[in-house]
Ligand binder design. Structure first.
Ligand code: MG
Length: 290
């Protein structure tokens, strides 16, 4: 399914497990949906398989079109959902209860909100093979942490450069030689990073500007200054963050591969559609997933 950028705050912050859905949401579900969900609960599988299984159990209406007759598909092409109104209302009420987008008028799902919802359910149910494997081997899930505007307060570096450099590098302030070492830690970042180290296999994953060679050195020096033991030999500098394999990436942007990261992108920052405004929100979320 196409990964759309439309995100729903509720979806991300939902800490529903399969058990909680079965207990608290039965009124929104049909018997066959409950039965399917119970089946998933009884059969632990790997993460991706479990997400798909929950999606098929809870949101099977997204595949209704596959059973269309000729007349049904004609209806759909004219923007009409051929399913009966009672069914459509019931399905949309359920989707609303889970903060998943309603079906479009022609009965198709309109975004990836049900995928994201099901991923969160699997993460919180904690019964998928990869996690059980970690528990058995006493290993930890992997977290990658971005630097600029996550670990590092970028603006604090700008505040320290000369007016002359501000003018000279206007529009490209990340190319000021030495600027990255001048930056202060982001609010709550050092404590947050140290907490992560105790609970996850934690690495720094940052991008250094291609046209500022000193940034590559300054980022290393910054890490040695503020996180000397915790981040020892755990600094990765890359323009291709999607190539790194792991469970979580805390990043304020989708650039340099962050948006294509295969695990969970914890979209960090106080502005816009970011799901995690600060370090407190990140830790509150991850605390439930260890
Ligand atoms: Mg950043």
């Amino acid at each position: 399914m196409t990964q759309l950028l439309i995100k729903f705050k509720n979806v991300f912050m939902t800490a529903l497990t399969i058990g909680k859905i079965l207990n608290d949401y039965q009124g929104f579900l049909m018997d066959y949906e409950v039965e399917q969900l119970r089946k998933v609960q009884r059969t632990p599988s790997d993460f991706t398989t479990q997400v798909k299984a929950i999606q098929l159990a809870l949101f099977a209406e997204e595949w209704d079109f596959m059973g269309d007759s000729g007349a049904d598909s004609k209806d759909r092409s004219r923007g009409i959902n051929p399913m009966n109104q009672e069914y459509i209302d019931r399905v949309n009420k359920k989707r609303e209860a889970f903060s998943v987008s309603l079906l479009s008028e022609d009965g198709y799902s309109t975004d990836n909100s049900s995928d994201l919802f099901c991923e969160e359910v699997v993460r919180h149910t904690k019964n998928y093979k990869e996690l059980l494997e970690h528990k058995k081997n006493k290993t930890k899930q992997t977290v990658f942490v971005d630097m600029d505007n996550v670990l590092v307060n970028f603006k604090s570096g700008i505040d320290k450069i000369s007016e002359e450099d501000k003018l000279k590098y206007e529009g490209d302030l990340d190319e000021v030689p030495g600027i990255f070492f001048l930056m202060e830690p982001y609010d709550g970042a050092i404590e947050g990073y140290k907490w992560l180290c105790k609970n996850f296999d934690t690495y720094i994953l940052s991008t250094a500007p291609w046209d500022n060679p000193s940034a590559w050195q300054d980022k290393l020096l910054w890490v040695k200054k503020y996180l000397p033991d915790e981040a020892y030999k755990r600094l990765i500098l890359s323009h291709n963050k999607h190539l790194v394999h792991g469970d979580f990436l805390i990043d304020d942007r989708t650039a340099n591969g962050a948006g294509k990261f295969l695990g969970k992108h914890i979209h960090f920052g106080p502005k816009g559609d970011k799901d995690f405004a600060d370090w407190k929100a990140v830790i509150a979320y991850l605390k439930n997933l260890t």
